[in-house]
Design a protein around this ligand. Structure first.
Ligand code: ZN
Length: 200
């Protein structure tokens, strides 16, 4: 893998880890003055010029990419100059995520099952204009699904154990997946790494 394709951790202006990007993009943001580099050892911040200077003068400071006239140490962590928020990531409306949201639990009888014994039920049946959406789809066991049939809740005399809604999952969680550098540890609290992927 090219050094430019390696990963850089992105912090927002308040030093919350929000994103992982490539070294290539991190250097571009540094060059545009959209971000500064944080040296993980000292928490010093550098703009493009001071980073270039540091990269040149401290030869043994770590892996670096070298251009014709320029040597730049790889930024392992950058902090954005302008962005203080936390990005909103859309939770995809997928079968997997509906099962996750409902915790593999039939929303009518409240029992937990394996995926093979569960299916997606339209609370308002499709034949009555019910939509395929977060608020109209729940997980049901086969028995409850058959019992409810093509009827509304009122008609079937059944109740949901919770109101279906779009999950409000934390945007940090994708950091739990895949590669991470040792130097990132101090920027990311255990709360993020250990959080349940399916918590609401
Ligand atoms: Zn059930």
């Amino acid at each position: 893998m090219s050094l430019l394709d390696q990963k850089t951790l992105v912090l927002n202006r308040s030093w919350h880890a929000i994103h992982v990007t490539t070294v290539r993009r991190a250097l571009a943001m540094l060059y545009r003055d959209a971000a500064r580099v944080v040296t993980p050892e000292t928490f010093e911040m550098h703009d493009f010029d001071s980073w270039a200077e540091l990269s040149t003068h401290r030869r043994r400071s770590g892996p670096a990419v070298t251009g014709v006239r320029l040597r730049l140490r790889i930024p392992e962590v950058i902090v954005l100059n302008g962005y203080d928020g936390v990005p909103v990531r859309r939770v995809s409306f997928s079968r997997r995520n509906i099962y996750k949201r409902d915790n593999y639990t039939c929303q009518y009888c409240g029992k937990r099952y394996g995926t093979e014994d569960l299916s997606i039920d339209h609370v308002v049946p499709r034949s009555r204009g019910g939509r395929l959406s977060w608020t109209n789809c729940v997980i049901a066991c086969l028995a409850c699904n058959v019992r409810k049939g093509n009827r509304t809740l009122e008609e079937a005399g059944m109740r949901l154990i919770s109101t279906p809604k779009k999950p409000d999952w934390k945007p940090y969680l994708e950091l739990t997946l895949g590669y991470r550098r040792k130097s990132w540890e101090k920027f990311i609290s255990d709360r993020y790494w250990d959080a349940e992927l399916c918590e609401e």
